[in-house]
Design a protein around this ligand. Structure first.
Ligand SMILES: C[S@@+](CC[C@H](N)C(=O)[O-])C[C@H]1O[C@@H](n2cnc3c(N)ncnc32)[C@H](O)[C@@H]1O
Length: 203
């Protein structure tokens, strides 16, 4: 299965490049189409985030935020939270910022935030672009506060499987008990997987 996943990830990355989602026109098209398709999924992520964060003045990161639809939905639902989108593609950041909110240059392997500063990281459909998953997990672990979590959602057949995750977690130096993978429940189809990283608890 790891070999099959690698082929699927290569195919998706190739499709992304060919579809031009990182060109101004392609990014605009992605920003117009993706919310229509993904809004029910985003609503579920927002509900989970609201339950997790509650009324706290929390720092929430949308990692690989693209045009920022989920970032805005979380910010609207949780007005007390400080929301930041981290996104490496300038074209995506420019488009996202034009509609308000805070979007900064960065990537999963180098998150531009302080150690132990973040209460929740959400990431949707971005992880198949990350070039170094162990480095990304180490970075996520670095920025999470004690008790915080990172939720990495990706296409189910592209997301790392349980067998890959054990290897990647070990390489990143993360205890297996803090890393899990589940399939996101859906009414008819279940296209998404969720990789969940829990920070260590306060000493
Ligand atoms: C398919 S888009 C998903 C955007 C948004 N999260 C959504 O749900 O629509 C993937 C995004 O991941 C970003 N990305 C690519 N490599 C990344 C990396 N190493 N770290 C973080 N984000 C990355 C891309 O620039 C792109 O905006």
């Amino acid at each position: 299965m790891p070999g099959v996943r690698a082929v699927i990830v290569r195919a998706i990355r190739g499709f992304d490049r060919r579809s031009g989602i990182f060109s101004p026109h392609g990014a605009r098209l992605y920003a117009a189409v993706s919310p229509r398709v993904l809004r029910p999924f985003y609503r579920r992520v927002v509900d989970d985030a609201a339950r997790f964060v509650g009324e706290r003045d929390a720092l929430i990161v949308d990692l690989g935020s693209g045009p920022g639809e989920l970032t805005r939905m979380v910010a609207e639902r949780l007005p007390r939270a400080r929301m930041v989108g981290v996104e490496p593609a300038e074209v995506m950041r420019t488009m996202a910022s034009a509609r308000g909110g805070r979007f900064v240059d960065g990537r999963a392997e180098a998150i531009p935030l302080e150690d132990a500063s973040v209460d929740l990281v959400v990431s949707t459909l971005s992880a198949h672009h990350w070039s170094d998953m162990p480095a990304a997990l180490r970075e996520l672990d670095r920025v999470l506060r004690p008790g915080a979590e990172a939720w990495i959602y990706d296409l189910r057949f592209a997301a790392y499987g349980p067998e890959d995750l054990a290897r990647i977690g070990a390489e990143a130096g993360i205890e297996p008990v803090r890393l899990s993978r589940s399939i996101v429940p859906g009414r008819l189809v279940r296209p998404f997987a969720l990789i969940r990283l829990r920070a260590t608890l306060a000493a």
